[in-house]
Design a binder for this molecule. Structure first.
Ligand SMILES: [Zn+2]
Length: 248
């Protein structure tokens, strides 16, 4: 009886370990769209993240053209879209393809200007993302990022951390779930002194999960461990848009 109990416990331990090791990205189909303004290093950040996604077991389709959003077969099969495409313009047909896919349950994840400052003329796109960049006073500055949601799986266990980069001032949808914020010092725009600004958020658009972080101006910023951790966890959350629909 005792021997049976020991064997049973060993099986349970191995199973728990297997579950813990399995990435939520395993088998997920991810469309990675990159381009737009070069200062945000779309290619370098794609080349940085793609190997990590594949190491988690994801199947990655890369595209340097927004026309992929009009590809119904592609848009119908993917679980998640990662986009880094600062500024630029999106055609009506491309926008419809993207928006319909997300409304129907495809997740969308991105960072900085690649998601939060794309297609300035497209208000429906901005409605989907939940915020739009308007300024980064002083350019690259020193600032802190404070975790405001300590229970969310994306930010759990992360403490206040420092960035030396662009501090994004954004127009933010009050409907987003804010996970982290930053406070402006007012050195470069005195009238915004002490303004608390969302940095990381999650939200829904139709059935689709949206994850956004305003961090990571360029590939170098991904070397801040907390910024990278938030990004990878946010991608994992958004990738489960179809499989964990409606939860959180
Ligand atoms: Zn930037």
């Amino acid at each position: 009886m005792r021997k049976l109990f020991i064997i049973l416990m060993a099986v349970v331990c191995v199973s728990v370990q297997a579950v813990a090791q399995e990435s939520p990205l395993k088998g997920k189909k991810i469309l990675f769209v990159y381009g737009g303004w070069d200062g945000h290093e779309p290619r370098q950040t794609h080349d940085l993240l793609k190997p990590w996604l594949e190491a988690q077991g994801a199947i990655v389709y890369s595209s340097e053209s927004l026309d992929v959003y009009t590809d119904k077969e592609m848009m119908g099969k993917v679980d998640l879209i990662i986009q880094t495409w600062t500024m630029g313009t999106i055609t009506g047909e491309q926008e419809r393809g993207l928006i319909e896919a997300v409304r129907n349950g495809v997740g969308l994840a991105g960072w900085h200007g690649g998601l939060g400052d794309a297609f300035r003329n497209s208000t429906e796109y901005q409605f989907m993302v939940g915020g739009q960049w308007v300024a980064h006073p002083g350019g690259k500055v020193d600032y802190d990022v404070r975790i405001v949601d300590k229970k969310d799986p994306v930010t759990r266990g992360i403490k206040t951390f420092h960035m030396q980069s662009e501090q994004y001032y954004m127009h933010v949808d009050p409907g987003v779930k804010v996970l982290a914020t930053t406070t402006f010092g007012g050195e470069h725009a005195p009238w915004i002194k002490d303004v608390v600004m969302p940095v990381v958020w999650k939200k829904y658009y139709g059935k689709g999960r949206i994850f956004y972080s305003s961090l990571c101006h360029d590939a170098n910023d991904f070397h801040v461990p907390e910024a990278m951790k938030i990004m990878t966890r946010g991608i994992e959350w958004a990738a489960e848009s179809k499989t964990a629909a409606g939860k959180d």
